[in-house]
Design a binder for this molecule. Structure first.
Ligand code: HEC
Ligand code: HEC
Ligand code: HEC
Ligand code: HEC
Length: 261
């Protein structure tokens, strides 16, 4: 009895360790492109166990997220062509091939006693519209409801389709259970100085050669306002447009101190 309990304990421990090990173990240099980065999901990239099923005939990188033909189409009046219609909130679909999340998300919330008016009131709440389409694309892998290796659709060549059960590793889950309330706000229209003098003007604030305004989507702040999904032209760790060393990332937008060179 005791022995079988110990055995069960050991097996559970091994299983736990095995699932914990399922995360990116490689390294990549900021800004050098997608190859070898954490978004290069080919089997050759260490630690990423999201192989296509069946294996992709050309071990393509882009296919997890984009396809040249029969990708998702926006569900708006006048949508033509083949390929599945995406849910209505998907108003930006750059040849999107990854299966999309159907999760409804709770947006940022800072509590009932937060200032409700004046410069300290959260414009992220006041100006919230909805979680933007570009962020929903990220969340289609990162919310943990859709497998990373689930892409393509029946109107496509079978070779551009993959079915798998590889859910994203826990430490990379954002918006788990549809809850984004305790994550940096997204999905709101940016209103600069007039509303809060400690928020930068996005057409002045810069991430290297990019104006912050260049990475607003229809004027709104989204995941891609801070991150570069293709690891291109960014200088920061974790796909950030600039490094958050000395909180320089935060200080670019929040005028609460000086940037450390
Ligand atoms: C096709 C699925 C997929 C999509 C879509 C996707 N990601 Fe990821 N992302 C991953 C996987 C897989 C990892 C690594 C997780 C692991 O190691 O298990 C990852 C890791 C990351 C990391 C961690 C980087 C690091 O160096 O540790 C960031 C940041 C990130 N993604 C941001 C984004 C953003 C922002 C978007 C949308 C613009 C996005 N991702 C879209 C699959 C995806
Ligand atoms: C992990 C998912 C993922 C992979 C893999 C990926 N992309 Fe993207 N791509 C995105 C997302 C999300 C967007 C829209 C958000 C953004 O631009 O930040 C996008 C946007 C784009 C755009 C339009 C905007 C722009 O940056 O020009 C192009 C073009 C593009 N991708 C090409 C590619 C190519 C080519 C590859 C393969 C070499 C690739 N992507 C691989 C997720 C991915
Ligand atoms: C305000 C800027 C900002 C926005 C907006 C943002 N992130 Fe991040 N993200 C960061 C920073 C900074 C880190 C690094 C945190 C650290 O080093 O501990 C990070 C880390 C991550 C990681 C790595 C895991 C972790 O917790 O460190 C993932 C995955 C990620 N972000 C995905 C997303 C997704 C998906 C969205 C949109 C839903 C998003 N981010 C929106 C700034 C942002
Ligand atoms: C790309 C610009 C940008 C970056 C980078 C950024 N923020 Fe923000 N942040 C904003 C904007 C715009 C708002 C909305 C302003 C508001 O709600 O008062 C906001 C809101 C917030 C809020 C909520 C304020 C409230 O009233 O509830 C906090 C706290 C915050 N950011 C902290 C950070 C931290 C910490 C970092 C660095 C990890 C960071 N931000 C990075 C632009 C940014």
């Amino acid at each position: 009895m005791k022995k079988s309990f110990i055995l069960l304990f050991c097996v559970t421990l091994v299983l736990l360790l095995a699932s914990a090990a399922m995360a990116f173990t490689g390294s990549y240099t900021e800004g050098t492109g997608i190859n070898g980065s954490v978004h290069d999901l080919r089997p050759s990239n260490p630690g990423l166990n999201y192989d296509a099923n069946p294996a992709d005939y050309k071990t393509r990188i882009c296919i997890y997220c984009h396809a040249p033909h029969h990708a998702y189409r926006p569900n708006t009046a006048g949508a033509n062509g083949t390929g599945p219609l995406a849910p209505a909130d998907y108003t930006y679909l750059p040849l999107w091939n990854h299966k999309v999340t159907g999760q409804a998300f709770i947006p940022y919330y800072n509590g009932p006693d937060a200032p409700q008016s004046g410069p300290k009131a959260s414009q992220a709440i006041v100006n919230f519209d909805k979680i933007g389409a570009v962020s929903l694309l990220c969340l289609s892998c990162h919310d943990g409801t859709v497998a990373v290796n689930e892409y393509g659709n029946a109107t496509q060549d079978a070779r551009s389709q993959s079915s798998g059960g590889g859910m994203i590793a826990d430490q990379y889950k954002i918006g788990k259970d549809g809850n984004l309330s305790n994550h940096h706000p997204i999905g709101f229209s940016w209103v600069a100085a007039a509303e809060d003098p400690e928020i930068a003007d996005p057409s002045v604030a810069a991430f290297g050669s990019l104006m912050v305004a260049d990475v607003l989507y229809n004027g709104k702040m989204e995941c891609s306002t801070c991150h570069n999904v293709h690891n291109k032209n960014n200088t920061g760790e974790k796909l950030l447009h600039i490094s958050d060393a000395n909180s320089n990332l935060c200080l670019t937008c929040h005028l609460k101190g000086t940037i450390t060179p």
